[in-house]
Design a protein around this ligand. Structure first.
Ligand code: HEC
Ligand code: HEC
Ligand code: HEC
Length: 358
């Protein structure tokens, strides 16, 4: 039998019509409880793998061995991922067990993905599966922290996971702390010192009005952070006020977490901070933050001395990119940071990070 073009076209049209009729008839079972046929599941995974490989092409991974990144990623994994994927020593929530497809336990299969591919999955999520995209798309740095943690996850012992994700909070187990503070303490510590690893900003002794404005900004999404937006999501304004008050009353750490930077870099940072950069129309930072970054002019201005270097650099970059809201004065910093060169941001952050917070 000869197949003519006309015959082929008619055949295809017939198939399409039959497909449309089947879909419209309601006979297709969309229930999650009916699961996928093995072949559907195979097909969908193959399509997913191809798509991720193609889209992740050209993404450059930063250095992922930084322990501070692993800590941030682990802390977020416990709130943002574990109820679906489970974690070492923890099963996923029963509420997700019967999803189709069910979220896989993340272990050995992670090794099949390149870091750039994991980045793409966590940043964008996966359509038709329930795997969500990152809550704050502008925060690639946060997504990389999660990737750094995922790379350390295969074979991780439950004890190691608890230490990374729950920190001293679970060990200390302070009886007087409410549930909200206990959850913050996983990352920031009960005293707000940030667990001494430079992974989290110091909250202890920070201005209360500044802390509260920052928490409200995370809650409303005007200050973009997938990690902090998830952390404050379930809290009402009264709880946020209590937490701001708690951390503002803690004594500031005596020593900075960072070792001193190269002398030339520190001197350059100090000069920019105290004199500004008149030619670039950058005012002296000290005029608002105090000469050593520890005496802000108004209660809604933050103390900067002793904050982790990575944190300070990232915040200045976010201000410059226009993606950090916060207090009602955040536009001031958008303007100031927008006029700094990357090397100047590096210098000023290195100097501030080496100062004692007190
Ligand atoms: C609402 C449930 C849910 C949440 C929350 C969730 N995931 Fe997923 N995740 C899924 C589902 C479903 C899949 C797809 C599984 C499949 O294709 O069979 C998936 C797939 C993945 C994959 C690819 C796994 C593989 O080997 O094929 C990775 C990696 C991943 N998720 C990481 C994360 C991380 C990291 C987080 C937290 C930032 C997270 N997921 C949050 C449900 C979730
Ligand atoms: C999973 C870890 C994690 C948890 C849990 C967490 N935080 Fe954070 N927090 C961070 C990180 C990381 C940052 C830095 C955010 C950024 O880079 O924009 C941050 C930033 C902050 C800031 C801004 C500091 C500044 O100087 O502007 C405040 C305030 C804060 N957190 C308070 C809290 C409170 C209160 C809780 C509990 C409700 C909490 N955090 C829970 C990780 C966490
Ligand atoms: C006119 C006053 C003013 C000047 C000048 C100024 N700042 Fe700020 N800065 C602020 C205010 C206000 C905030 C709080 C912004 C917010 O979160 O809404 C802030 C926030 C910051 C933060 C974020 C702190 C945190 O905990 O997240 C950094 C870092 C910072 N400033 C560095 C600098 C540097 C470096 C300079 C000089 C190049 C500078 N600032 C100049 C007022 C100023």
């Amino acid at each position: 039998m000869r197949v003519t073009a006309r015959g082929l076209a008619l055949g295809l049209a017939g198939l399409l019509a039959a497909g449309a009729l089947f879909a419209w008839s309601g006979l297709l079972n969309v229930s999650a409880s009916s699961g996928h046929w093995a072949i559907t599941s195979w097909f969908l995974h193959a399509v997913m793998r191809q798509s991720v490989e193609t889209h992740a092409g050209g993404i450059e991974a930063p250095d992922l061995d930084d322990p501070a990144m692993v800590l941030r990623g682990a802390g977020h994994f416990a709130t943002g991922c574990a109820y679906c994927h489970g974690a070492p020593g923890k099963p996923p929530s029963p509420a997700v067990r019967n999803m189709t497809p069910a979220p896989p336990r993340l272990g050995g299969t992670l090794r099949e993905w390149e870091p750039a591919e994991l980045f793409w999955i966590v940043r964008h999520g996966i359509k038709f599966t329930g795997m969500p995209a990152w809550p704050a798309p502008e925060r690639a740095d946060e997504v990389w922290s999660v990737v750094a943690f995922l790379r350390a996850l295969p074979g991780m012992a439950p004890e190691t996971y608890r230490r990374l994700a729950h920190g001293p909070a679970s060990a200390e187990g302070r009886a007087d702390a409410g549930a909200a503070l206990t959850s913050c303490a996983r990352c920031h510590g009960f005293d707000g010192s940030g667990r001494g690893a430079g992974a989290f900003p110091v909250l202890s002794g920070q201005n209360e009005a500044y802390l509260l404005a920052s928490l409200r900004a995370f809650a409303s999404g005007s200050r973009a952070s997938g990690i902090m937006e998830t952390a404050v999501n379930a809290l009402d304004d009264e709880a946020l006020s209590d937490l701001a008050r708690h951390y503002a009353r803690q004594p500031r750490p005596e020593r900075p977490a960072a070792p001193p930077p190269a002398a030339a870099l520190a001197a350059e940072g100090e000069r920019i901070f105290n004199e500004g950069l008149p030619r670039q129309r950058v005012p002296a930072c000290a005029s608002c933050h105090g000469r050593r970054g520890d005496a802000p002019r108004y209660p809604s201005y933050p103390r900067l001395a002793g904050q982790p270097r990575h944190y300070l650099e990232t915040q200045l970059e976010l201000f410059a990119a226009g993606s950090r809201g916060g207090t009602s004065f955040s536009h001031v910093m958008t303007m100031v940071a927008g006029r700094l060169e990357p090397a100047q941001i590096e210098a000023v952050a290195a100097w501030l990070a080496s100062l004692p917070p007190q």
